[in-house]
Design a protein around this ligand. Structure first.
Ligand SMILES: *Cc1c(COP(=O)(O)O)cnc(C)c1O
Length: 416
């Protein structure tokens, strides 16, 4: 059976796995083993030398983790993938594989708070400067490229601003200068959007969110789309590796240098949970999107809501780009602006079904007040960039019956 010809809804279930040879088990085996034994010293030497393919030590690779990597890169039509302990470690590994002290990263400003902090606070201490530009302003990317720029970084839907950059237009800027375009596809997933088709080179996921779908583990994935020629003098540090690895250069460097040295590995048990969670991704995404659109339309004119933001509504500033990129589906995130912080807290406290917690992409509907939680460390200017005010509430719409979600929201709004 040629699985590569199968559609996404099928690949999430069958991609990257055959029933296990000795027992026929239909769910993946959890290879809960640190190391892998070889019969002879010569055989182990061959694997260390790269002459033979094989597992050595689970910090570098593990068969259960490989299954998850295969499943995700089948969906993204990538060249290969490296799974990491978290979305943040996937982003860290990617940036450290591309840039070093003295280099620059060009990033959209409307990005996940943890990534903002990594870029702004942590990387700067190690000599990597991140220039932030308005995420949807294509000219701003062009104007801020320098000879030291090693990556352009964007998210598909800014969180919690919910702006939608034109990835294809940004990819042209990256291509003009021979710079790697890294796209964080966490909130859209390959079900809504395949960054490769729009010119991305590297795709990142926080697998903790929609890929997992059940809020039971943290994980991250890095994919190489196979669209960047690594034989490129901007990336001097990769040129030695290029001679042996060719198109696999980036992935080899990430796995056998960065992830090996920093210990960013995903555990086999967490890989198992992610590989199982992903099986329902296509079905869940359909429902997240249809529920969110339904709620956005129903609540848009609610007298207690000052502003409702959802890329699926025609008055959203990036609605046209979103429609073109995501083929008429707009994800599970929507935001409400209420009168002030106190009203937001009262709204959250009045919800019964919807859970107040720091996560998104769970099958259950979630709510959070960004300004007092994951954006609390941002400066006033940074908050403006990521679109956060004291009056903003973010909802991650789940897959429950939409009228139950609606009732919970309406009941709480009525009590304000
Ligand atoms: C959550 C998130 C991350 C970080 O992922 P973790 O798995 O929590 O480390 C990165 N990017 C986006 C868009 C996210 O939502």
């Amino acid at each position: 059976m040629n699985k590569s010809k199968k559609r996404l809804e099928t690949l999430v279930l069958h991609g990257g796995y055959e029933p296990e040879a000795t027992t026929g088990a239909t769910t993946p085996t959890i290879f809960q083993s640190t190391s892998f034994a070889y019969k002879t010293a010569e055989a182990l030497e061959s694997v260390f030398a790269g002459r033979e393919v094989g597992y050595i030590y689970s910090r570098i690779g593990n068969p259960t983790v490989t299954l998850l990597e295969r499943r995700v890169y089948a969906l993204e039509e990538g060249l290969g993938a490296v799974a990491c302990a978290s979305g943040m470690s996937a982003i860290t590994a990617t940036i450290l594989a591309l840039a070093g002290s003295g280099d620059e990263i060009l990033s959209g400003n409307s990005i996940f708070g943890g990534t903002y902090s990594l870029f702004q606070q942590t990387l700067s201490r190690y000599g990597i400067t991140v220039r932030f530009v308005e995420s949807t302003d294509i000219d701003a990317y062009r104007k801020n490229v320098t000879p030291r720029t090693k990556a352009i970084f964007v998210e598909t839907i800014g969180n919690p601003k919910l702006d939608v950059p034109d990835i294809e237009a940004i990819s042209m800027v990256a291509r003009e200068h021979g710079i790697v375009l890294v796209v964080d596809n966490t909130v859209t997933t390959p079900i809504l959007f395949k960054p490769k088709i729009y010119g991305a080179n590297i795709v990142i996921h926080s697998a903790s969110k929609f890929i997992n779908g059940h809020g039971n583990t943290i994980g991250g994935i890095i994919l190489d789309c196979g669209t960047f020629d690594w034989n490129n003098s901007r990336y001097q540090h990769l040129q030695n590796m290029y001679k042996s690895f060719g198109e696999m250069t980036f992935l080899a460097y990430v796995r056998s240098q960065i992830c090996r040295d920093l210990g960013l590995c995903l555990s086999p048990f967490n890989a198992f949970l992610l590989a199982t969670g992903i099986e329902t991704l296509a079905l869940r995404m359909e429902r997240h999107c249809s529920n969110a659109l339904y709620l956005a339309k129903k609540l848009k004119k609610h007298p207690k809501i000052c502003e409702l933001r959802y890329p699926g509504l025609e008055d959203h500033p990036n609605h046209i780009v979103a429609t073109r990129q995501f083929h008429g589906r707009y994800g599970g995130l929507l935001t409400l602006t209420l009168e002030n912080r106190e009203q937001c807290f009262r709204f959250i406290n009045g919800l019964e079904l919807i859970q107040n917690l720091a996560n998104l992409g769970d099958a259950k509907t979630l709510v959070i007040h960004p300004a007092s939680t994951f954006c609390r460390d941002l400066s006033e200017e940074q908050r403006r960039a990521v679109g956060v005010t004291e009056s903003l509430v973010r909802l991650s719409i789940g897959i429950e019956h939409p009228d139950d979600i609606l009732e919970d929201i309406e009941n709480s709004l009525t009590k304000l």
